[in-house]
Design a protein around this ligand. Structure first.
Ligand code: C5P
Length: 408
């Protein structure tokens, strides 16, 4: 089970230079993608002599690019450079380091570097003599003075059998360095934000004793509330199930869809983010009996009427700066249902899962969800509900920042 990484939702340009360590960089790219980053591989021509473009395209988040001129986008370097949250050069060869230090922009990778204000991590790998050459030493010093993070090569066996300094750092080390770039900025990701979360299945009364309910345990919603509080938000949790250990969370108990609607529509006005994790009944009894229905009177006739759709109401009354997250617990085609809900309810995100899967969905502590937002679709791995919640919140915060919904 993966721990949520600060790389979730980050856009990373992986700049691959032409060195034998390119084969290790494929693994690095995969690790960053698995951690939740969107990795765009940008390769130098020389790198293609070591690992094929297809390998990078298949394992990256989008097809590998090499040239300024090989796609339909006339200015790929500005798009890549401006959108990047970080650029990782690996392996950074003596030539790539020299071109970057000198500000040369003679291919897609070096133009992207110049078109970006994102932090850059240079992961050097070359033969010992080259690494120790005064021109490389000076270029590395220049980059460091400019704030570039340089991960030095490690000692070990080099290509050709020599022993010395030159090997690309271990993948774990590189991933850790890239993660620390974002750790500080994401620790208080939701500071000053007001978040409203709903949890549990609603209970729609039939009479004072009986109700129409569903299998929702409230675990995923409660996990969202806890994760949001830990990320610094003020949290209101509107729950149909009892919540223990609610430190830092304002819990409002409700039972029916109507009660949830009344509380949520009232509180949502001042919220920056609403996470509708509750399984709200779609129908309720239109003829609730004020007294217990007796068996001896025969099977009662229960007429159903629709409940208010809380999420759709919030979507219709959404104010600028507010982000709405809805859920889709499905037994069929996730994508069709999720995309329909995104549109019909004017939500910004739909967190979809197949409730028929084992170890996911109702009552269990783990989940496997796919996030739908804008044109994007991201499958989050199987993990505990707390971790899923944190990952989703990181995507939401990135989205809110990138779309300008949240100003600070
Ligand atoms: O339409 P459906 O019930 O499948 O949509 C699920 C999403 O809509 C969930 O986020 C749920 O909390 C929300 N919902 C709602 N009010 C309803 C029904 C669902 O807010 N009456």
């Amino acid at each position: 089970m993966s721990k949520s990484s600060p790389l979730v939702g980050k856009r990373i340009v992986l700049g691959g230079g032409g060195g034998i360590a390119a084969y290790k960089v494929v693994e690095l790219m995969r690790r960053m993608v698995d951690a939740g980053a969107f990795v765009s591989p940008v390769l130098t021509r020389a790198s293609l002599r070591f690992v094929g473009r297809t390998t990078f395209s298949a394992l990256g988040s989008e097809p590998a690019r090499i040239s300024l001129w090989d796609g339909s986008d006339p200015i790929p370097h500005t798009r890549l450079g401006q959108l990047a949250d970080a650029i990782v050069l690996a392996p950074a060869t003596a030539d790539l380091i020299a071109r970057y230090a000198a500000g040369i922009a003679d291919d897609l990778l070096t133009t992207t570097l110049l078109a970006s204000k994102a932090p850059v991590v240079v992961v050097a790998a070359m033969h010992t003599e080259m690494w120790q050459h005064p021109s490389v030493v000076e270029n590395v010093a220049t980059l460091r003075r400019r704030g570039v993070v340089v991960i030095e090569p490690e000692a070990g066996r080099l290509a050709g059998g020599d022993i010395g300094v030159g090997r690309l750092a271990e993948t774990d080390v590189i991933v850790q360095v890239v993660e620390t770039l974002f750790e500080v900025s994401t620790k208080n990701l939701l500071a000053n934000k007001s978040v409203l979360v709903t949890a549990g299945g609603t209970r729609e009364p039939i009479d004072p004793v009986r109700y129409i309910g569903n299998r929702s345990s409230g675990k995923q919603g409660i996990a969202f509330a806890r994760a949001a509080a830990e990320l610094g938000a003020r949290v209101n949790l509107i729950s149909t199930v009892p919540v223990f250990d609610s430190a830092g969370i304002n819990v409002v108990p409700v039972e029916s869809a109507q009660e949830m609607f009344d509380v949520v529509s009232n509180l949502a006005v001042s919220c920056d983010l609403v996470v509708m994790a509750a399984a709200v009944a779609d129908f309720r009894s239109a003829n609730v009996s004020p007294v217990k229905i007796k068996k001896r009177h025969g099977a009662p006739e229960i007429r159903l009427e629709p409940t208010p759709d809380i999420l759709a109401h919030l979507g219709a009354t959404k104010r600028p700066g507010q982000v709405l997250v809805g859920f889709a617990a499905e037994t069929g085609d996730l994508e069709i249902e999720a995309r329909r809900k995104l549109k019909d309810k004017n939500a910004d995100f739909i967190v979809a899962n197949n409730v028929l899967e084992e170890d996911a969905g109702f009552a269990v502590d783990t989940n496997r969800v796919t996030l739908f937002y804008g044109e994007s679709e991201v499958a989050l791995g199987h993990s505990d509900k707390r971790d899923i919640a944190e990952k989703v919140l990181r995507y939401v915060a990135e989205y809110a920042k990138n779309t300008g919904a949240w100003q600070e």
